[in-house]
Design a protein around this ligand. Structure first.
Ligand code: SAM
Length: 242
């Protein structure tokens, strides 16, 4: 597990199939067995999801709109999107995460196996897949990637952003931990990220770097948001073809 190089993705995958899965499932869940820090992060993250839904709905109904949720985690965004009538393609590098998301979707959306069954409400079950975002293909009206870039250094993030943009026809929404909060974040949530040197594994991104990566592939930022709680910091951007 070298610092930068081929190792990052394998370390991340392994983490989110084991201790990271347990930790984040709790944070993204609703149970009471969370500490003060985890509860605060749960709150911050739920605000991010709320903001994304608001941004998306400002453009009109989501009914029938195809959305790729890259790095879907436990389905925190995919499930509410499906409730809005979006046709959701949800994927994650971690099989544990995908299986949890699928379970959650079944419970929250009604019966079905996640293979595109109707839910009795006119909504469609998200289609879940174990896949790293670099291997995703196809075209989607909207691509969303929340709180994933934190696991990758900017030199990797550039390629990830370019690839995500290539999958999107109209919109790309990204959230990342902004570099302005670097010291705070390292100090406060370093423990939440995969080791061996846990603190150094949380990669913060300067907004200008993300913007430059988008511009390089012909996209521009149209909307911005900032979500902060005591322990959670996220810059939210919506990009569109320039
Ligand atoms: N996007 C979800 C949300 O906001 O609820 C989950 C965020 S969680 C902090 C980060 C997720 O990214 C984990 O589920 C992890 O497995 C996934 N992930 C990390 N690297 C990935 C990659 N290269 N491709 C796809 N998923 C990835």
């Amino acid at each position: 597990a070298e610092e930068v190089g081929g190792g990052d993705k394998e370390v991340v995958r392994e983490y989110f199939n084991s201790t990271g899965f347990q930790r984040w499932k709790k944070i993204y869940g609703e149970t009471d067995d969370v500490n003060r820090v985890q509860l605060d992060i749960r709150l911050g993250h739920s605000k991010t999801v709320e903001n994304v839904l608001k941004m998306l709905k400002e453009d009109g109904t989501l009914q029938g709109v195809t959305v790729c949720d890259a790095g879907c985690g436990t389905g925190s965004l995919s499930i509410p999107l499906a409730k809005e009538g979006a046709v959701v393609f949800a994927s994650d590098i971690s099989a544990a995460m995908v299986s949890e998301a699928q379970q959650q979707a079944k419970e929250q959306l009604g019966l079905g196996t996640g293979e595109g069954n109707g839910t009795g409400t006119g909504n469609v079950m998200p289609k879940f897949e174990v896949k790293d975002l670099e291997s995703l293909n196809g075209k989607y009206d909207t691509v969303v990637c929340l709180d994933v870039l934190i696991h990758y250094p900017q030199n990797k993030a550039d390629g990830m952003i370019a690839h995500l943009a290539s999958l999107a026809e109209n919109r790309l929404i990204l959230s990342f931990a902004p570099k302005t909060f670097y010291y705070n974040l390292l100090k406060r949530v370093g423990e939440l990220f995969p080791g061996p040197s846990k603190a150094t594994r949380a990669y913060l991104h300067a907004e200008a770097d993300v913007e430059r990566a988008l511009r390089k592939v012909g996209w521009k930022i149209r909307k911005r948001g900032l979500i902060t709680t005591q322990f959670y910091f996220a810059r939210l951007v919506e990009a569109v073809p320039a």
